[in-house]
Design a protein around this ligand. Structure first.
Ligand SMILES: Nc1ncnc2c1ncn2[C@@H]1O[C@H](COP(=O)(O)OP(=O)(O)OP(=O)(O)O)[C@@H](O)[C@H]1O
Ligand SMILES: [Mg+2]
Length: 587
């Protein structure tokens, strides 16, 4: 019920009415109570309850992890509701300045103007400066805004009254400012301020918590990125040897998906006979208190892929105490490829020592060979030899020539002319072709010579001629009748330290070299020619080119229009010699 005072003011009442018969007349008496204050208290309580409900909902939301930005908006909206305000801004401190991170009911112009509180007359800026709440019941009358550019902006935005409350963390750190604004002149009561204080305290806690969580999340994401993109397998196990981390490289190396590996025992990736020893090793390591070390075993460590294949690994192990649990992390690398490369190296070293030995033996054979050749010659010339014996001698002679070819290949043609001298590359090629004249003729091979300038190199002429004739001989073997062999000489400027070089290519349109042979070409005794080949030509050539500081390369194709093989030899031109006036190569 409402009553009216003599001033015209209405006020709430509570009333009881009674009647008595006084003679003729009836009298009514009203007993009434002015309940203005009780109503006010009730309204206040109501507001408190709704504010607390809102705050409670807010903390519930954050625990459910709504994300940082939505949380800020919730805080903003709650503040406006609690304060029965019209608008508001929430700013957070970034470095030294405040940045608006959420707002309620503002237009972009206002937000842009106050984007940074610096250099602008503002209540929030003032609150930050003072480190306490600032209330401005009417911006029109506040000295804070007198004749400032802020005032028209506030007017346009419909802001007349403002309060700004600092958000301070439990540790006393200023996190930001929570501002609410009213469209009319307004001075929030003590109780309103009590509520906004409560909200501010809660909001500060939530913001700090969310920030910490976000930092954690981003560092976790970073960690995840690093672990995920690592080239090495990273596997963490708990004390029971159950896998808790299994990164992408581990998936690839062990050929097992993380989802399958996680939770299972590490044992599945260890050879059965090592499992026990490994467990013991880890226990000892755990007890040692050492944080990390490389894992060592007699010989190479071995692991097992999910398909049962064993492979060699290299590994380090580290431990961390994560709460109650101890976690062990093994970082390991599949060294199958490296082991294979090491084996190849070892093999090629073995091969080259075999080759050296062959050369030594060839040298030793050379002298008795000369003697036997001479003896055979003498025997053949005797007159009283039966025909059958003469035939045997012919065969023996052919076999001897074969031995002689082997030893020559192994030793080099012109052992006597060992001193390097300036030599014309073109002349060397000509003389190599000359050596093979009869074979070229039998095959009716077309030899195309492509060279313009005459380039001289300082080299052992006999050795280079041997290289070129070996390459040419191989081409002759490879081509069909009337096949083409191109000999090309060109200046090749950029090689090694930019020294001047010459490139010699010998290209044929022969049958080509198949892929399975290519890796072995330069190995001694590698041949595809059966009894007629010794397999020394390319090996010897490589040794000689190496000795001259050059390189020898091969390109080949076994089918199509581009069938054939190109060997190219690049040799450094002695800088002192230059390109000038090479002498004739000599015989
Ligand atoms: N131009 C080529 N075309 C096709 N195959 C080639 C060519 N050059 C080399 N090869 C292959 O490389 C192998 C090795 O050559 P290499 O010259 O070392 O030995 P070879 O010719 O078999 O014997 P020899 O010691 O008598 O030279 C050959 O057997 C042949 O299979
Ligand atoms: Mg050969």
């Amino acid at each position: 019920m409402t009553a009216v005072r003599s001033t015209g003011e209405r006020f709430p009442i509570e009333a009881t009415i009674s009647q008595v018969q006084a003679g003729e007349a009836k009298l009514y008496s009203v007993i009434l109570r002015d309940i203005t204050e009780r109503r006010q208290a009730e309204a206040c309580l109501q507001a408190d309850i709704s504010a607390l409900t809102q705050m409670h909902a807010l903390s519930g939301k954050v625990l459910g992890a709504v994300g940082f930005q939505p949380l800020l908006q919730e805080v903003m909206d709650a503040a406006v509701a609690i304060m029965k305000a019209d608008r508001g801004t929430l700013q957070l401190l970034e470095g030294d300045s405040l940045r608006i991170v959420a707002h309620h009911g503002h237009q972009p112009r206002f937000l842009e103007f106050f984007a940074s509180a610096e250099n602008r007359a503002s209540v929030c800026g003032e609150a930050m400066l003072r480190g306490e709440r600032v209330v401005v019941p009417d911006v029109e009358e506040s000295p804070l805004f007198a004749e400032t550019p802020s005032l028209p902006v506030l007017r346009e935005a419909g802001v007349r009254a403002v309060q700004s409350t600092p958000l301070v963390s439990r540790a006393g750190k200023l996190l930001g400012i929570l501002t609410t604004q009213w469209a009319v002149r307004y001075c929030p009561g003590e109780h309103d301020l009590w509520r906004i204080d409560l909200l501010a305290r809660q909001a500060a806690d939530l913001i700090e918590h969310a920030k910490a969580e976000e930092a954690l999340r981003s560092s976790e994401a970073k960690m995840h990125g690093i672990v995920g993109s690592a080239m090495d397998a990273i596997i963490s196990v708990d004390e029971q040897q159950r896998i808790v981390v299994f990164n992408r490289a581990a998936e690839q190396i062990f050929q097992c998906s993380a989802s399958e590996a996680l939770g299972s025992s590490l044992d599945r990736f260890l050879p059965p006979e090592y499992r026990e020893a490994h467990g013991e090793h880890v226990r000892k390591f755990g007890a040692s208190g050492i944080t990390s070390r490389s894992m060592r075993a007699p010989g190479v460590l071995t692991a097992v892929r999910s398909n049962g294949e064993r492979f060699p690994i290299e590994a380090t192990i580290s431990q961390v105490q994560a709460g109650e649990q101890k976690l062990y992390t093994v970082i390991l690398r599949d060294i199958t490829e490296r082991k294979r490369a090491e084996e190849v190296l070892l093999r090629s070293e073995k091969l080259s020592s075999v080759g050296r030995m062959a050369a030594t033996i060839a040298h030793e054979i050379n002298n008795p060979l000369g003697a036997v050749t001479n003896l055979l010659f003498l025997t053949k010339t005797s007159n009283d030899l039966p025909e059958s014996a003469r035939q045997y001698l012919e065969v023996a002679d052919a076999e001897l020539r074969r031995i002689a070819h082997i030893t020559q290949q192994s030793l080099g043609f012109y052992r006597e002319s060992n001193a390097p001298a300036l030599t014309s590359v073109n002349t060397l090629l000509e003389s190599a072709a000359d050596l093979l004249k009869s074979r070229i003729k039998t095959k009716r091979a077309m030899i195309e010579k492509q060279w313009d300038e005459d380039i001289g190199v300082t080299a052992v002429a006999g050795e280079l001629r041997q290289v070129f004739s070996n390459l040419l001989a191989n081409s002759l073997d490879a081509i069909d009748e009337e096949g083409i062999i191109k000999l090309r000489v060109s200046a090749h400027p950029a090689f090694k330290n930019g020294d001047r070089c010459v490139r010699v290519t010998i290209a044929d349109n022969g049958k080509g070299i198949d892929a399975s042979s290519r890796p072995h070409l330069f190995e001694p005794f590698f041949t595809t020619k059966g009894a007629i080949g010794t397999g020394l030509g390319l090996w010897v050539s490589k040794q000689l080119i190496d000795k001259h500081g050059g390189t020898i390369r091969m390109r080949s194709s076994t089918n199509g229009a581009r069938r054939g093989t190109v060997f190219s030899v690049v040799l450094p031109v002695d800088p002192a010699a230059g390109v000038a006036r090479p002498q004739s190569a000599g015989a």
